[in-house]
Design a protein around this ligand. Structure first.
Ligand SMILES: [Cu+2]
Length: 331
């Protein structure tokens, strides 16, 4: 091969590599890696992408070079010369991909093994999925509709479902795990950034699937310790804590709680809603709406409020919640 041709090939490959690298790097394809495991997964991603960019650039360079130099001239009807393969070339283009794919497998296997390690003292959080809400239970027996996690500690999620198959996903943790009825699947997450991240159901699970969202707050170990000690209770009327723990705020607007959810009806004027529904006094209506949402569907809405609160909220807490909501808007 002439020196000029080699230079041309190298030049074409360099142009392709620069363009694809810019596309890979300048567009924020991935969310921030908010856990140690996620950092490792991002490494595998970039390792693989780097190899893909190199292979792509070489293929594009050879292709473009061939199109430029070996294309048929307008009135050239002759056949090309017969060729019979090229053993050395074939060995090379088999050997290199074999090495690359093996390298990707080894790196992935190491990361998978490291990400499975929960250490000697993980925080164990039981995750229960149910149409269309999450319940997170901590070692002290408390359950919440959203997650609070300490930074820099291994957290082992034990994930299951009460009805159909769901899937637990926090994009910033880079891991998904199916929630399957009758089975417990685990993942280990070690949060390394403070902040609030979404929890998403990522398995089509029914009418309210798109609404099956919650959030995780990653807090400092000290804050987490006091959260565990207080049982997650916040200052304010007791019903407020119940409201917050069960994730009502993600779907409902309720001014006294600072809630601005838009998926369900506004709860600021439940007296009017109770009168419109014509299902008895306001307390009775509110209680029924929580424990048996399907009994009455507010006009303009569908039956996507989770049917789990009857079993998830203790009777004493339910009384507090009903009282809080029934009086709420007037405070
Ligand atoms: Cu789901």
């Amino acid at each position: 091969m002439r020196r000029g041709s080699v230079l041309q090939l190298v030049g074409l490959a360099a142009v392709a590599a620069v363009i694809t690298t810019l596309v890979a790097v300048l567009i924020p394809w991935l969310p921030e890696a908010a856990s140690t495991e996620s950092g490792r997964i991002h490494f595998v991603y970039w390792f693989t992408t780097g190899i893909a960019i190199a292979v792509f650039s070489i293929v594009v360079a050879v292709l473009a070079y061939s199109v430029l130099h070996f294309r048929a001239r307008p009135d050239d009807d002759s056949d090309g010369p017969p060729t019979h393969g090229h053993t050395r070339l074939e060995i090379v283009w088999t050997a290199i991909p074999t090495v690359l794919v093996t390298a990707i497998s080894i790196v992935s296997a190491i990361v998978l093994a490291q990400n499975g390690r929960a250490g000697s003292d993980p925080l164990i959080v039981k995750v229960k999925a149910q149409q269309f809400a999450w319940a997170f239970t901590y070692p002290n027996g408390q359950s919440y509709g959203s997650l609070t996690l300490p930074m820099d500690r291994h957290v082992k999620f034990e994930i299951t479902s009460n009805d159909v198959i769901h899937s637990f996903w926090v994009p910033q943790f880079s891991q998904k795990q199916d929630a399957v009825p009758g089975q417990t699947n685990t993942i280990v997450v070690t949060p390394r950034h403070l902040g609030r991240f979404p929890v998403v159901c990522t398995e089509l699970c029914g009418l309210g699937h798109a609404l099956m969202r919650s959030h995780v707050d990653v807090v400092s170990p000290a804050k987490f310790a006091s959260f565990m000690k207080s049982g997650g209770k916040t200052a304010g009327p007791p019903g407020l804590a119940v409201f917050q723990q069960n994730g009502c705020a993600s779907c409902h607007t309720f001014r006294p709680a600072g809630a601005t959810g838009k998926i369900g009806p506004d709860l600021d004027d439940l007296h009017a809603a109770a009168a419109k529904a014509n299902r008895g006094p306001v307390e009775k209506f509110v209680e029924e709406s929580i424990v048996d949402p399907a009994a009455y569907i507010a006009p303009g809405f569908t039956d996507v409020m989770p049917h789990i609160f009857k079993s998830q909220i203790q009777p004493a807490q339910l009384t507090q919640l009903v009282k809080y909501l029934s009086q709420g808007a007037k405070q």
